[in-house]
Design a binder for this molecule. Structure first.
Ligand code: ADP
Ligand code: MG
Length: 483
């Protein structure tokens, strides 16, 4: 748990997240307009989205299917009957004058998300609900100092709002929650999770309290659009609240925004309550009723989810919780790993080469696995050479560097550069003799009881052999020769 040290002792951070995830579907929630990203402003607008009088919303079945799919993936209760309400407010980019959302009867009820924290620790966070709602349009102020422009391409786009319980206790946990949720929706194909395009946004509710005390008053930081910003915003906000309380002030429940350039949060509006929105059931839409059969079919079509995959890797392949969670975190990683395992390598060795050496090099290049110049098959080709003792693990790292540089296969590089491991005892003995002749004083010292020098001899032999001598053979032969 992360504590904030104040003048009056430790403070605990309490966080609940509301995530808006754009549902992957070609048309909007209640109209046939396209959801294509990057189109000209107002190209994706049907009369319904523009709030024209007398237009009737027609629900997008795919969006509902995906909301249910998401609920099932979070182990949540699915409500066979849900209701669309109007959430009334005035906003220039909300031409209807209300947002169609779900309030008292959402389509998905309580579920949970398991966070993969460092050292294999798993933390459970409750999901309160998921409801389906429309997105709003966008006002653009940057084109002209005198005018605001409006782009309604997003107006009416289908969103799921996934609301968590206030179960998180640190910025790290909040970041892990968002990552895990993104991973799950990507696995099941219900949202692309692309925060840069705004397909996933997060409101962070933050309060502080004395450990174990009553919940404090929260502030809600709106529309955080990256995991890094979420982390920063929470840390800043918690600190701000502690300072206010400790200097005798009190926290006002309000909506704040995070200024990423300044790294601080500031007031956007004082917090409205639900009754300010005058929620009422949308008279244009009947209650949404789905059948258990519909839900069961979706359940059957779910792929293996990240947690299931992780458990399988731990139970049947002997991976550590940490390695398993790193590999399953992104679907592309898991696909790469499974491709790698087709080479029948020892699963743990394959995992180490992938998450350690390969990821390290990809990180340095700033690319992810989908852009890796080394395919799973190529990496497998390297691992084979280690497994059959053609090269040592140490040389293999140099070979991997050369694979990155040249794009050649491991076997080709090893052949061309003569990097094969020397296991021929005659050749190794020759090197040992050479080293002993060059260091008669060290040999004498070793023989008179200075055992520690053994490492020196190993080092020298490896050096003279250009790292190619088989380490086990070097150990054996050195022991014999020196005794
Ligand atoms: P609203 O929809 O008005 O924002 P909700 O009651 O639905 O309000 O709560 C929204 C979010 O605030 C939830 O994610 C919940 O976990 C979180 N939350 C509620 N109380 C607190 C608190 N004291 N500290 C931090 N988060 C909280
Ligand atoms: Mg809210």
């Amino acid at each position: 748990m992360q504590m904030i040290k104040g003048n009056t002792g430790d403070w605990e951070i309490v966080i609940g997240l509301e995530v808006h995830a754009q549902i992957t579907t070609n048309s909007k929630l209640f109209s046939g307009a396209s959801t294509q990203f990057g189109n000209e402003p107002n190209q994706n607008v049907a009369f319904v989205d523009a709030g024209m009088p007398g237009m009737l919303p027609v629900i997008n079945g795919k969006a509902i299917e995906h909301a249910v799919r998401t609920g099932l993936a979070l182990g949540a209760q699915i409500n066979l009957r849900s209701i669309f309400d109007r959430k009334n407010y005035f906003y220039p980019d909300l031409p209807q004058g209300y947002q169609i959302s779900q309030y008292l009867d959402p389509i998905v009820g309580k579920g949970e998300i398991l966070l993969d924290m460092p050292e294999g620790v798993v933390k459970k966070v409750g999901v309160t609900r998921i409801h389906v709602e429309q997105d709003a349009g966008k006002s653009l102020h940057e084109y002209n100092p005198k005018f605001s422009y409006i782009d309604l391409n997003r107006a009416g786009v289908a969103l799921m709002e996934i609301v968590s319980e206030p179960d998180m206790r640190s910025a790290d946990e909040a970041a892990a929650y968002l990552k895990k949720l993104r991973s799950i929706v990507r696995y099941i194909g219900t949202c692309d999770g692309d925060m840069e395009k705004g397909s996933m946004r997060c409101d962070a509710n933050v309060s502080v309290r004395k450990p174990g005390g009553e919940l404090g008053t929260r502030c809600e930081i709106k529309n955080v659009n990256s995991i890094r910003f979420l982390h920063k915003a929470i840390e800043f906000e918690a600190m701000r609240q502690v300072e206010i309380i400790e200097s005798g002030g009190k926290i006002n429940q309000e909506t704040r925004l995070f200024d990423s350039a300044k790294g601080e949060t500031r007031t956007m509006r004082t917090k409205e309550d639900a009754h300010d929105y005058r929620y009422f059931p949308d008279p244009d839409l009947l209650p949404l009723e789905i059948t258990q059969g519909f839900v069961d079919d979706i359940k059957k079509s779910l792929p293996e989810l990240p947690d299931q995959k992780k458990n399988r890797y731990m139970e049947t392949m002997g991976l550590s919780a940490y390695d398993a969670s790193v590999i399953v975190a992104e679907q592309e990683n898991a696909q790469y790993y499974e491709e790698l395992l087709k080479g029948k390598h020892e699963p743990k060795i394959a995992a180490n080469w992938m998450t350690g050496e390969l990821f390290g090099r990809l990180n340095k290049m700033g690319v992810d696995i989908s852009q890796s110049p080394i395919s799973a098959q190529k990496l497998g080709g390297l691992i084979v050479l280690i497994e059959d003792n053609t090269i040592s693990g140490k040389i293999a790292k140099d070979v991997l560097d050369l694979m990155f540089e040249t794009g050649k296969d491991a076997a080709v590089i090893v052949e061309e550069k003569g990097m094969k491991q020397v296991t021929d005892t005659g050749a190794i003995e020759k090197v040992i003799d050479e080293v002993m002749t060059a260091n008669p004083d060290k040999v004498a010292e070793y023989r008179s009881g200075k055992d520690k020098l053994f490492g020196f001899f190993v080092g020298q032999v490896m050096k003279v052999s250009g790292g190619k001598a088989n380490p086990a053979a070097v150990n054996d032969l050195l022991k014999k020769k020196l005794s």
